[in-house]
Ligand binder design. Structure first.
Ligand SMILES: Nc1ncnc2c1ncn2[C@@H]1O[C@H](COP(=O)(O)OP(=O)(O)OP(=O)(O)O)[C@@H](O)[C@H]1O
Ligand SMILES: [Mg+2]
Length: 302
């Protein structure tokens, strides 16, 4: 590994003030990411994944340590770091089109004409299959649709860094698979850096160059990092029976369910089949029960 990295988190701690005193959510988080790398963050609910993303986004300030992007300290949000939020955050008084337009104007006002911007906005909404509803407001569309608009908005900014907080969590299996494939293609084209939070082990293995597995909080930190050396382009159907793919999958599951079992979680019943390749999500007890093998598009249980 080289010494100068594109994106560096160094010794990041964060203490949130609470009525009972400071709550240390993260402790000594260190992560170095190359330009164009696709990194997934995975860990149990509440461990601090969104907090890490918010610090990189410049929305939260680390209490100790900090973030450097191409050598510059990150202290505030910027258009080169687009965020897809966990709770799709669209402006409620604007239509889907206008929500994307706002971001596109911010980035391309000087470089694209009005007609080019319109075409670009429509193109990105088409990409997430939202062209039929682009003139509806957020209260007129479903949660999954709002999430898709949020993804279109982020993609349309062509950011250097895409920060995605469970971007596909609220989507049906087919749309999710389609958007995962689109994201892989777009990322291959633009070579932008992606940090994506996911609860879906298959999604993490399919998309990532590295999977960063976080320990349970409080004072959560990076537990293990798994390098996924599957060649690209990757095809979900071909990978389903790939031993290397299944090896990566098992490694993540082992971290989550053996090494970082959630406190209070019921122990695994010894009578139940519990093979390491059978569970896919990190956020529900049902996730540890066997599922069918088409699990990269399993419905999120939550
Ligand atoms: N603004 C805040 N004030 C106080 N505590 C906070 C704040 N934001 C997060 N926390 C706490 O920090 C911890 C990490 O929260 P975070 O939202 O980062 O978890 P997460 O890993 O994203 O969880 P999930 O998978 O459920 O989205 C939690 O204990 C949470 O309660
Ligand atoms: Mg979160």
């Amino acid at each position: 590994m080289t010494t100068t990295k594109h994106l560096e988190l160094t010794g990041v701690d964060i203490d949130f003030p609470t009525p009972n005193g400071p709550f240390k959510a993260l402790s000594n988080v260190n992560l170095k990411i190359d330009r164009g790398e696709f990194v997934s963050l995975i860990g149990h609910s509440g461990c601090g994944k969104s907090t890490v993303l918010n610090i990189v986004a410049g929305l939260y300030q680390a209490t100790k340590g900090g973030v450097l992007l191409d050598g510059k300290e990150v202290n505030e949000p910027g258009p080169e770091r687009a965020v897809v939020f966990q709770n799709h955050s669209l402006l409620p008084w604007l239509t889907a089109y206008e929500n994307v337009e706002l971001a596109v104007k911010q980035v391309f006002k000087k470089t694209k004409t009005k007609a080019e911007m319109k075409e670009w906005i429509e193109y990105n909404l088409q990409l997430v299959h939202m062209d039929h509803a682009m003139h509806k407001r957020p209260d007129e569309i479903s949660g999954g649709m709002k999430q898709r608009v949020g993804i279109a908005r982020a993609l349309a900014m062509e950011p250097t860094v895409m920060l995605m907080d469970e971007p596909f969590g609220a989507l049906d299996a087919l749309t999710r698979a389609h958007l995962q494939d689109s994201l892989m293609e777009i990322q291959a084209d633009l070579n932008n850096t992606v940090i994506m939070i996911t609860h879906d082990v298959d999604e993490a293995v399919l998309l990532s160059d590295r999977i960063v597995m976080m320990t349970n909080g409080p004072a959560a930190t990076v537990g293990e990092i798994l390098e996924v050396k599957l060649p690209r382009p990757r095809h979900r159907l071909e990978l389903a029976d790939d031993p290397q793919y299944n090896h990566y999958r098992a490694a993540v599951l082992s971290f989550l369910y053996e090494k970082q079992r959630t406190p209070g979680e019921a122990p695994t019943k010894p009578t139940k089949q519990h093979t390491s390749t059978d569970s896919t999500t990190t956020d529900s007890p049902e996730a540890t029960t066997p599922t069918t093998k088409t699990s990269s598009t399993d419905e999120q249980a939550a």
